[in-house]
Design a protein around this ligand. Structure first.
Ligand code: MLT
Length: 404
């Protein structure tokens, strides 16, 4: 008789955003007349920029001709895209990352879930609390997290680094030394971030204790403050301790198109073993590359027209972020984030739990958000709203919330 991967049985409930989706569907079925505004999952709402649409059309036409048709993509990504990434995301910022250290993928969610498999199951991970659930769940599936304590909402073999208003949402070095450290900056879900000097301290710490940092930079395009690093490789020594994951979902609206990349520097070694070679081996075996059409769309992100159009798109969402932040503040809420990230993190009023506030908002304002406790125990008493809605819906949601 075959056996299943028991680690899946240890996972509590369903994936956070699936649970929210089910709750909202049940509410909609019971109240078909209500118009719901969704500011829960961080999914974009604006159409793809014209430069990207043009690149997609052109690439589709190429696929219609024998001379320009493309089959399997190179599994590490087309050179034209990897070079554009190296030039614009790294060289332009003084980071010495070359095209052959970049691995193109179908998105940062896949990369952040998959990357753990090149590490021993005996490694101990450290995560910020609250945290994007994929990091913990994917390690739980691999059997790296021990057992789940329902009451404490924690895994026995995970180091949690609380990020709350008490420490300004900046993780502190854990008492116990971790092997793998997940950092998402600017942060999902709190919408806060750290300065470049603070990030440098993490790089120094990882190099000192022999840990690797998995750095999720999905929200980098939303950085507005000068002293915040756009890449971990702006920090000295990061090439010997960090893998960086990037997404095209939030900066270019590719949530439904799917494109991302991982940077694994050649200098990143565990003893004599190159993590770059391991990730190349893994990619070669399990991945046939992101579609040519999509990689051409990714290239257009870095064209002059693409850059200008996407700057406007990011500004559109950040106007929403300001609308939410200011609106909530006016209504007397305690609010964080929204300056370097498209997420607003608020303290729930009147000691409501995160899920109580979720129900209250859904039932009384017909607005969907994300309960902070869904991201980890230190998220209890907090709530996340996304700036990725349309401006009209964002304004309407705030009017409803203010009228409560
Ligand atoms: C979120 O809402 O946290 C994100 O949209 C999830 C994701 O990017 O996968």
């Amino acid at each position: 008789m075959y056996q299943v991967n028991d680690n899946y049985q240890k996972l509590p409930g369903s994936y956070l955003f699936s649970t929210i989706g089910k709750k909202v569907n049940a509410f909609t079925e019971a109240n078909p007349e209500k118009s719901i505004i969704r500011l829960g999952i961080g999914d974009v709402t604006q159409p793809l920029a014209p430069a990207i649409i043009e690149a997609l059309h052109k690439a589709v036409d190429e696929m219609a001709n024998a001379e320009t048709f493309r089959g399997y993509a190179p599994d590490l990504g087309y050179e034209f895209l990897r070079s554009a990434i190296a030039k614009n995301d790294y060289e332009a910022r003084g980071c010495n990352i070359t095209a052959d250290e970049i691995f193109v993928s179908d998105g940062a969610k896949s990369d952040s879930g998959n990357i753990q498999e090149i590490f021993s199951v005996n490694n101990k991970i450290a995560v910020c609390d609250p945290v994007y659930p994929v990091y913990v769940d994917s390690n739980a599936m691999a059997g790296r997290t021990g057992t789940y304590d329902m009451a404490a909402e924690k895994w026995s073999n995970v180091i949690y680094m609380p990020c709350t208003r008490e420490n300004n949402f900046v993780p502190e070095f854990p008492k116990e030394t971790p092997d793998i450290i997940y950092l998402c900056l600017p942060n999902n879900p709190t919408g806060t971030t750290v300065t470049k000097a603070q990030l440098q301290e993490w790089v120094d710490y990882a190099n000192k204790v022999g840990a690797v940092i998995i750095y999720d930079g999905a929200y980098e395009a939303y950085i507005s403050e000068e002293d915040v690093a756009h890449s971990i490789y702006e920090c000295e020594g990061a090439k010997t301790c960090a893998i960086e994951l990037k997404s095209f979902s939030k900066n270019a609206g590719f949530t439904g198109v799917r494109l991302g990349y991982a940077v694994v520097p050649k200098e990143l070694k565990c003893g004599e073993v190159s993590l770059h070679s391991m990730w190349a081996r893994r990619h070669g075996t399990k991945f046939n590359g992101a579609p040519y059409i999509v990689q051409r769309a990714g290239e257009a992100v870095y064209s002059e027209a693409g850059k200008a159009q996407l700057k406007e798109q990011v500004a559109y969402y950040m106007k929403n972020a300001a609308t939410i932040k200011n609106g909530l503040q006016d209504a007397g809420y305690e609010v964080y984030g929204g300056v370097n990230a498209p997420y607003i993190w608020l303290k729930t009023p009147e000691k409501m739990t995160s899920w109580e506030f979720f129900d209250y908002l859904l039932e009384n304002a017909n607005v969907v958000g994300t309960p902070g406790s869904g991201f980890g125990p230190s998220g209890e008493g907090y709530f996340r709203l996304t700036a990725f809605g349309s401006y009209e819906n964002t304004v309407a949601a705030l009017e409803r919330i203010k009228a409560l």
